[in-house]
Design a protein around this ligand. Sequence first.
Ligand code: 8YV
Length: 356
Amino acid sequence: DAAARAGDDGAAKEGCVHGSIRGPGCAIVRSSHNFARETAVAAQPDLLTVAKLAPFLMEPLQRAFTVHERLHEGDAGAFARIAPQIRAICGSGESKVSAELMPRLPALEIVSIMGVGYDGVDVAAAKARGVMVAHTPDVLNDDVADLALALMLNIARRIAQADQYVRQGKWPSGPMPLARKMSGARLGIVGMGRIGQAIADRAKAFGMSIAYTARSAKAGLPYAFHARVADLAAASDFLVCITPGGAATRKLIDAEVLRALGPAGYLVNVARGSVVDEAALIEALHKGTIAGAGLDVFENEPHVPEALRALDNVVLVPHIGSATVQTRHAMAARAFANLEAHFAGRPLPSAVPECR
Ligand code: 8YV
């Protein structure tokens, strides 16, 4: 299997990959000026990046691997020559690793995603080829939950509009219209995984009543469960989406759900753009079917329809859920650690559930 194949690698026998972020064993390999070292260096696994990765991930990758930066997007001939050697892929939460790409990489052993979401990776195709898939859960829970609460407060209290009100010199002509109180309101969470629970923890401090929908009720949670998302929407003032993307949740938030949320209800999406029917949302916002929306994710990122950008009852941010220095560094370290563990023949710190 893939781990056993990795065990044949000279570097893996040393129990590390060169240039590891932590890499205690690597110093030994680097400092020994002998044939084994030369062989190990020459045997650096080939890795394909499928996203523009941050320098703090690229640097350790370049020390440990022969990195081919998004080669599949450019020169087809160059990619065809290198493809048979590629043993690893590294990408972001938005990266596509399709069932069409994988057969072109017959030596592929692992896909390491720097993100909790991996809906762009065809995991079934990967598993069928014995390819491991890893992601970076947990380390971003706080940031994404923080942003969900920030968007809720922002749309309810109209912070972005209030900022413009002051900047544009409108204050002397009178106060802003009154906003909506968030504390004590009803929160509906779509997806009660790790981040959903972190959102609920924060909402408790705002005295909100909390309900949720998920594939099934979670044992031990003190929140009301609704099997249908429309029923949850009807019982919510704020509906927050934090469910995985992919086929199972495509356009889960449709016109019916938005009607159920109603003219005093707000939608927040920190999940994936695919979870919301964007055309139906634009219509609902335009007609006042719902009160407003706070959106971190969109159907066709980084392109946001003009019809959405023109609306006054939305707050739009460019997919920044995990975008803090602290969290992105932790995610990069985990994405690298998954690769490092694989090529050292160790269990992965965070394989996706389907590959555990
Ligand atoms: C980032 C994300 O956009 O974790 C995810 O699923 O969507 C984000 O944190 C990105 O993947 C960072 O590389």
